[in-house]
Ligand binder design. Sequence first.
Ligand code: GP9
Ligand code: MN
Length: 689
Amino acid sequence: MKNKIKDTYKKTKKKTKAFCKKVREEHIVKAYCKNNILFLAFLITCLLNSTMLRFFTMHTMENYLAFKPILADLSILIIAGSFGYLLKPKNRFIYYMILEIFFTFICMVNSIYYTFYTSFASASMLSLTQFIAPVGDAVMENVLELKDLLYLIGPAILIIIHIFLKKKQYYKKVEGKKERKQKTLKTLITGAVLIVIFTVTLSSLEIGRFAKQWNREYIVMRFGIYIYQFNDVVASLQPKINSMFGYDKAKKSFNEYFEGKEEEKDNEYTNIFEGKNVIAIHAESLQTIALNREFNGVEVTPNLNRILKEGMYFSNFYSQVSVGTSSDAELTYNTSLMPTQSGTAFVSYFDRKYVAFPSLLKEKGYYTFSMHANNADFWNRRTMHQSLGYDKFYSKETYKVEKENSIGLGLSDKEFFKQSITKLKKIKEKHDKFYGLLITLTNHTPFSDVDKYDPFEVNIKEKVVNEEGVEEEKIYPYMEGTKLGNYFKSVHYADAALGEFLQALEENGLLENTVFVLYGDHDARLPKKDYQRLLNYDKETDGLLDKEDEGYQEFDSYQYELNRKVPLIIWTKDKQFNKEITNVMGMYDVLPTLGNMLGIENKYALGHDIFNINEDNIVVFPNGNWLTNKIYYNSQKGEYLSLDGEAISEEYIIAKNKYSEELLNVSNNMIVFDLLNEDKSENNNKEGS
Ligand code: GP9
Ligand code: MN
């Protein structure tokens, strides 16, 4: 047996040597390259594009030179390119050019998408272009960068090579059918072999995450952009297919999840707001970072600062949005469910049954409504707000929107609130109890309509004594001219609008017996470098402090994630709470927490009443990351940041990972399979029996 192995080894070694010698002597590589210039140019340019995409998005050496995605991309390109050989040489350029454009398009779209969403593109989201269109200008202004155009170099190179080859009579070569078939087959086999090699190197974790698809960065990092995109298209179709099959399994896991989940309900806040009116504000892109902040002694948000002190202020509160941004925030706030893993609930699953603030309060005799001065079809609100149980949606059609009273995406917040007061007065006259959600618009990226905001300086002014001994003012630009600086100006305007609104509510008796709630819908996607400037500004150089300098504050990707928090404020004129809640809390905890105060309950909430769970709370994000008072866990990287400096046990991480995965899964099933719809459940039972 041993001898046999030895013999085979010797033979293989001999054969390999002979092959290498042949390759060397007969210049096979050189000859291959010479005869397949077009195919190779296509391969190399597309491979460079996908590598460049990883470089621009994930930014680490390890990421963009990783072996696995290169191998995966190469295999896909070889397989796709192999069919070009079926064509006669003169027709091949068209084939490779079409492929080149297709693969370049994938890279460009992902590059732009990543800048905006810090994630890779999803076909289900891109199919929603009608919802993206109104913010298209914001995208063009802020997102399209020079790097996104670099991908076009690939097709340009292919065209140049084609012109060169044409001149050299390259396409005049005659290739018989048999020869063409052989070339195709050989190339195809090479691609297939590479795919097999790639597949055997995969770990079970990688395969598992590939199947789930939501951990997008992780998949691009392991499988390359081309396989990722193909998998994404399949995954985007999956919800439609899934809702046709697998109902029983989903229902079973749903029942198991909620079985025995009875939790403590009562606390000191139970029913304190029972029967009161509710005016809730969905504050566009309002981030906690703008609150309790001042420039030259002037507060960015004086009005919010006042009510957060008097009311309940949840200062470690996080939005849990996915690609559905504003609509996902509304979904999670209203229903305590997470955004769907594919598509968006507002668009793809608007016809499901939801247990939400409006539907629950309606049962208690409330008149429920929403107000937003944008197009009613944006995010499919016109339909989805009905599913959530709103009696009426006051959309753009009910507001007077003119150029003069608009800022950024549409009607300015000041004007929106002014016109809403008239509507609110009528509502109050007609209804005993009401619940309303007002969705603001002005504080939406790109925050560039600076001239239309109230003047607000984000510089540093200092009194200095000059050489002649005279006191004068010195101005350091600080945040002026930065996106974050403009953001503060925009938030200052939004705060002033809120201040005017609160005053008008008071003047019209609309604050009597009323609870005022405000949440930031999601972060403002501000550049990291601007935070660095905010924290580490060096006045002397108008640059940044060095790591070694005194007062330097680290701002890494964890700090960035932690700073994405948004405010939640619950305030009423009738009672001063003066309470700051610092335990971590997610948007999905609002319905259980505020619901308990209002005397309503959603049995199928995924969040918790923060006053019952307190420091044991966990905020699960749609991408699988999660946050507790102890750590921020990055599930893509399998790494975490300890928040209190204490060591974290592996069991803790395993348990929370399991919890998060289960929660995301159940939430998704509840929406996709319409599990809260009892009629559907009955029908399924009938069919099954
Ligand atoms: C549009 C507004 C903004 O009506 O709610 O939506 P977003 O771009 O934040 O998802
Ligand atoms: Mn929004």
